[in-house]
Design a protein around this ligand. Structure first.
Ligand code: GLY
Length: 362
């Protein structure tokens, strides 16, 4: 599969990716290599990476706990301390082997340690392959508030080996699929339709689709690396999706939602808002909602949930001058940024989601 090149980094795929990684490592004068893993990728993915690495440079492994709850500045302090104790210097390289938590957090640790060391992302989840590890967004959560602390700084290479997905459960694959569906909705109707026709995700289906998603994201990020304009399109579904994800993270009664599961709900809600505010076609609203309901488990919202979720919108990173700025769709493939939405309409959107859920379940 062809590599995807940008001015700042390259994305390499499968077997070629390890050749490129070894070339890169051996062309630089690195003092040490550190590999950041979590408890899962330590067990399931590190042996494969180690079997491909060909270098005389000494390698140290740093492990963090797995899960969104550990995407914190405290975890960063732990990693910075270990780097320091193990003698990392500015010529050290950090390889981030994991899902979005490891690649976001590792990218941030590398970007700030001694004012910045080089890093490479090796995503092992579908979500990280198609979104988190590409485009240089790094950072951690602030309490339950998603990705509030961070910097934009790309590693030199992203290495996508889709065989890491073998060890991933279906619900994690579907979580990544949500970001791919989003790529279709903001850029390419035919791509969205192809994705909705996959009943069970297999690795064969995924290879080309992952490449396509990264290509779509690359075009957007290359045009607007620091998110002043069209990069905001990638936030479609995320304004409400992030608020829902945070709400579920902080709630003791609610079961935690994976990022993509929350974004899938956010996309239904924001398609509804688009139909009310931008005349987004009703047929497409129903088509998208049915497609998402057929892929993801439905979530029950009740009236008590709406206010705290709306309250969380004030922390969205796209907000300016006290306004909550939504990305909505005029049509599939035609997003509009900086849309203001009255709270009543958000409640209507939740009611629409609930009605559709009940109809699907009955
Ligand atoms: N995850 C959205 C972006 O990278 O801009």
């Amino acid at each position: 599969m062809n590599s995807i090149d940008t001015e700042t980094y390259k994305v390499h795929f499968n077997a070629k990716a390890y050749e490129e990684l070894n070339l890169y490592i051996n062309n630089y004068d690195f003092s040490k290599i550190f590999i950041l893993v979590d408890t899962n990728t330590h067990k399931y993915c590190l042996p494969k990476l180690m079997s491909h690495l060909e270098t005389p440079i000494s390698i140290e492994i740093i492990e963090i706990n797995a899960g969104e709850h550990f995407k914190t500045i405290d975890t960063c302090v732990g990693v910075w301390n270990v780097l320091s104790e193990l003698g990392a210097d500015r010529k050290s390289l950090l390889l981030n082997l994991g899902g979005g938590v490891v690649t976001d957090l590792g990218g941030f640790v590398a970007s700030t340690f001694k004012r910045g060391i080089k890093y490479i992302n090796i995503p092992t989840s579908l979500l990280a392959m198609v979104d988190a590890s590409v485009g240089g967004k790094t950072g951690v959560d602030l309490g339950v508030l998603k990705n509030q602390i961070g910097v934009i700084n790309s590693g030199d290479i992203v290495l996508v080996d889709t065989s890491y997905l073998d060890s991933l459960p279906q619900n994690h694959l579907k979580s990544g699929l949500a970001e791919m569906l989003k790529h279709g909705l903001i850029k390419d109707r035919a791509y969205f339709e192809t994705l909705t026709q996959l009943s069970n995700l297999t690795l064969n289906d995924l290879d080309n689709l992952i490449h396509e998603s990264i290509r779509i994201k690359k075009h957007i990020v290359t045009e607007d690396p620091t998110e002043n304009g069209i990069r905001k399109h990638l936030n479609f579904g995320h304004t409400l999706g992030h608020a829902i994800e945070s709400y579920f993270l902080e709630s003791e009664e609610k079961k935690e939602l994976l990022h993509g599961e929350a974004i899938a709900i956010g996309m239904v809600l924001e398609c509804y808002l688009s139909s009310e505010l931008l005349d987004f076609p009703k047929d497409d609203l129903n088509f998208i909602t049915d497609a998402i309901h057929s892929i993801y488990k439905s979530v029950d919202f009740n009236e008590m949930d709406y206010k705290p979720i709306i309250e969380l919108l004030k922390y969205d990173k796209k907000n300016e001058h006290g306004n909550v700025n939504f990305v909505l769709l005029k049509t599939i493939g035609q997003p509009k940024i900086d849309c203001l939405v009255p709270n009543d309409l958000i409640i209507d959107a939740f009611n629409f989601y609930n009605e559709k859920t009940n109809r699907t379940n009955s």
